[in-house]
Every structure is written in structure tokens, then in C-alpha cells.
Design a protein. Sequence first.
Length: 634
Amino acid sequence: MTTTEDEVSKQSKQSEQSEQYNERIKELEAENIRFVEEIGKEKLLESQELYHAIFNNSLDGILLTIPGGTILSANPAACHMFGRTEKELCAVRLNEIFDMDDSRVVKALKERKKEGSISSGMTLLRKDGTKFDGEVTSKLFKHSNGQILSSMIVRNITGCKKTEEAFRLSDDKFYKAFYFNQAAMGIRRLKDGVYIDVNNSFAKVFGYKREDMIGKSVIELGVWADLKHKQEMEKHLLDNGYISNHEYKFRRRSGETGYMVSTITLIDIEGEKCILSSSIDIAENKKAAKDLRLSEELFYKTFTYNPLLVAISIKNGMLIEVNETFVKRCGYTKEELIGCTVTDIHLWDINERLKYIEEIEKNGFVENFETKYYTKSGEPLNVLLSGVTITWNNERCILTIANDITELRRYQNEIARLDRLNLVGEMAAGIGHEIRNPMTFVRGFLQLLGGKDRYAQDKEYMDLMIDELDRANSIITEFLSLAKNKAVELKRQNLNQKIRTILPLLQADAMKQDKSIGVELGDIPYILIDRNEIKQLILNLVRNGLEAMSPGGLLSIKTFKDDDRIVLAVQDQGAGIAPEVLEKIGTPFFTTKDNGTGLGLAVCFSIAQRNNAKIDIETGSTGTTFYVRFKTQT
């Protein structure tokens, strides 16, 4: 078949169009490649920025590690959680932040090695050695260079169980207090502002029904008239955890604006940080709202900044609010206290608390109920409690104000002890010499008669009587040392030199008992003291310390400067002093020794008083330290 010219021309034209089409396809492919590369770079930069934002701002701790070894990187939350800087974390081993005594740790590491990832609760360690419960999620992955690394996300879950239990116990009460409250109450998530729940009063103020608000955010509903004000409020809330009497401008569904006064706090719901607000529409009754605001502000400031310990609890003893003074004095964090009962933390004796509750239930209040609180470290506090029943969120609670009188009782005991010393001192001055004179006369005749042949057979008895007279004389000598008006000769002396002078005598006493003495004398100035009295003071304290220890024990003598005081410290390794004995230390004639006179420490306190010094005692199961604090003179 012959091809016509038209067909040839048509085929040539089609071929040319095909080539142009292919060239255009290639150009588009090249442009597409360039476009993808540019987009890839932008996405990479966005991805890196997003990663750093998540890493630095995460509330959970994030660690990048070599499995079983070095920490390569840590975010700020992890540093805060473990109490270390990033540099410090990168220098520690994993067993310094994970409690290897917790079987869950080893089990989780084995599981991660086998499965490649884990999620487990375990015990973790802070820099100061304290422990906390954590939830750790970790995953192994391969770096681009082929190295196996692991990521760890750590969440502090300490107190969650207590919080959950507290919510469980108060769930029904909270339901009633929330839904039937005349105040407008709402709960929304912190991260996105979505309302989890609101009560009818809340919905009514904004012109909505409850179901119209739940599940929608504050932005969608437009309830804030000033979003900048909202951001400032949330920042302040994150910094402090609580805002009282916060006034802000809101917008109703109709577009009309008004003002509210709110009390706002952060709460956790199923691990999610949420904002609980209780508000009053002050547009309806400005005067009533103003009075309420003033009342709440006064109560809040009186509660928060009160120098006394203030707490609000329910009948079973669960603490629902405490002030800063309570937190600091008892040694707990606020998180450790809220939601716990006083029995959980052993705050005070349960029988004492029952008496306190009975009196409140009987009269509606109690005043000056004296008892003891115990701090986190076990230190006892003498407190006077005043309590009254109040209504808190429609629930009957007890408001307790505790006046810490520990120092007052200590001063009162010190004054009573000094009064007893002064009384004994006056007695000593009056009768000490009168007793010693006839004793000296009798002793002289016993020595004289003991030297005669006709009394040779009775010499053993005479020597025994002389020994007993000498012992009585030594007691009288100590007794006279208690005299308040005893003459002292205060001169500028070097305390270290006095210790060095009698040290051989003290070491000899120690060697006889198979014990030793260690001396650490600091650089201290001269002070005004009586040489002989200070010698007696040191001898008494050291010998008491040696007697308190078992063979092989070490007694330490130290001197140092502490602010405006020069301190002599005598520390033994005995079993410590029982509390009931400690209260009576320094009381004349009180002793726990079989052959003691009960005057040794009483003399020490008397000497200290005459030499412008004060004696403090610290005792525990590992030993006792007597601190003699001398005033410095210019």
C-alpha cells in the first residue's frame, strides 16, 4: 500500500509532538525532584525544630543513652527530676539513677534487651539519695552510624496512688459539691483548653447548656474576652499551682461581656493536668461579690502567710490543705501531705488525736490542746492546737491552727533547771563549809589513832573510814562548785592550750578502759574563762563520755568557731541518751550510774553559766555530743 504525502506529513508531525512531550515530561520530573529536595530540607528543619521543642519543653524526663552504659543527653525535666545538671547526668552510670535493689529494674532491662522496648514502673534515685516512683518507657534503636542507642522517657508518679485513693474516697462528695454548687465550676484540660465537665451554674453564666460546652475548647466557645489575659493567668497558675480571687473579663454566648471572680487550681485527672475553676458572676451582684472577694482574700492570706502551722482536714484525718509554715516546719513537700492522713505520715499519736476530735465534736471547737507533732525526720514538736469545724466545698472539715511552742518549753525547762541549780547553789554556799570542817577534824583523829600500836588491829577499819570521809569530801567539793556566787577569775585564755595541758591525763584514763581519744583543735581566738573551772568542765565531760562507751570506742574532742561563738564539742560513740533521761540532764543528784552522785553534769552546767557559755546536747543511737558554746569578747 502506497503512503500518501498527507500521511507522511501527519506521521512527521506526530513524531515531533511526541519528542516535545517527552522533553516536557523530563523538565517536569527535574522540577519535581528539585521541589521534593527543597520540601525535604524544609521538613527536615521543621522536624529538627519540633524535636528540640518537644525535648526541651516536655514535662517528662527524656534520656538518650548507650544501653547499659553512658547517658548521652538529658532534657531539663530529667535534670530537675534527678536533681542533677545535664553534665552530671552524662557522667553517672545508670545504677546511680536506678535503684538496682528494685527487682523491676533488672527485669525491665532484660525485657528491653529481648523485646527491644519496655514500659514499667520502677524506683529511681535523685542526686541526694532520695527515692521516687517512676514510670519508664524505653526503646532500642539503631543510629545512622549503626550504633545501638536507647531512648528513655521517665515520668514521676510519686503520690499518684495516694491521689487516686483520695479522689476515690471523696468521689461522691466531690460530685455533689461540683454539680449542685451555686458557684460556676468547670474543669478543662490545660494543654488544649477543652472542657471535661462543667456544672449547670457554669453553663448558665455563659448562656449554654452543659452538653454544648463539654468537649469544646475555650477558643471554640470564645468565652475569654482577652486571650492575652488567659495566657498570663495560665503562666501564673503553672508557676504557683493555685490562684485565688482572680478577676477576668468573659464573653457570653450572646456576645455580651461581663466579669468573674475565680479561684483556680491545677489538678491531675488520669495523669492529665487540668484546671479546676470556681467562679462568681460579679455582674449580678457587685456588692455581694466585692464582699465575698474581700472575705476570700482575707482568708487566703491569713491561711497562706500565717506564721503558725495551719491545716484543713476531714474527720478521718486526711489533709486537704496546709499552709507554707506547716510544710516547712514538718519537713514534707505539699504533695506528700495533701491526700494523706495524719496516721499515714505519723504526724501525731493516734490516741492524742482521738481526744482532740472528741473535744471538737463535743464543743464544736477546741483551744490550747497541748500535744506533740513529729516531723518527717522524727523530731518531736511541742504544739498547742486550736481547732474549729468549718464547711469546705459543702463538706464538714476541721481547721486546725498549731502554735509551735517547742522552743518555749525548752526555755522553760532550762529556766527550771537553772532555778534548781541556783537553789542547790545557795544551799551549798550555806552548809558546805559547815559540813566539811567537822569531817576534817574527824579525819585527822582517825589518822592519829591509826598510827598508835594499840589500834593496829583496827587500822583496816580506820583506813576504810578515812576513804569514805575523802569520798564525802569530794562530793562536798562538787557540791560547792554549784554555788551561784562562787568566785571565778575570768582571764583571756586559749581554750586549745587548756585541752593540750590535760590531754595526757585524759588519754591515760582512756587507755585504762581500752578506749581512745581523738583531738581536732581549730583556729580559735582567746576567750575570757576561769582556768581551773574549765579544766573541771573538760574532765567531767570527757570522763562521762568514756563511761558511756564500750571498749574500743573513740571519743572526739573538737574546737571551732561558729558565728560569734567558740565551741568545745565532746562526742562519744555510746548508745545515746533516752528522751526521758535527756529531759533531766543537769539536774542535781539525778544519775543513772550505780555509784554516781548526780553532780558531775550539774557542775558542768553551773560552770558554763559562770563562764558565759551555754551547753547544748545532740544524741542518737550512734552517740552523744555535748556542745559548750562560749561567747566571744572584743
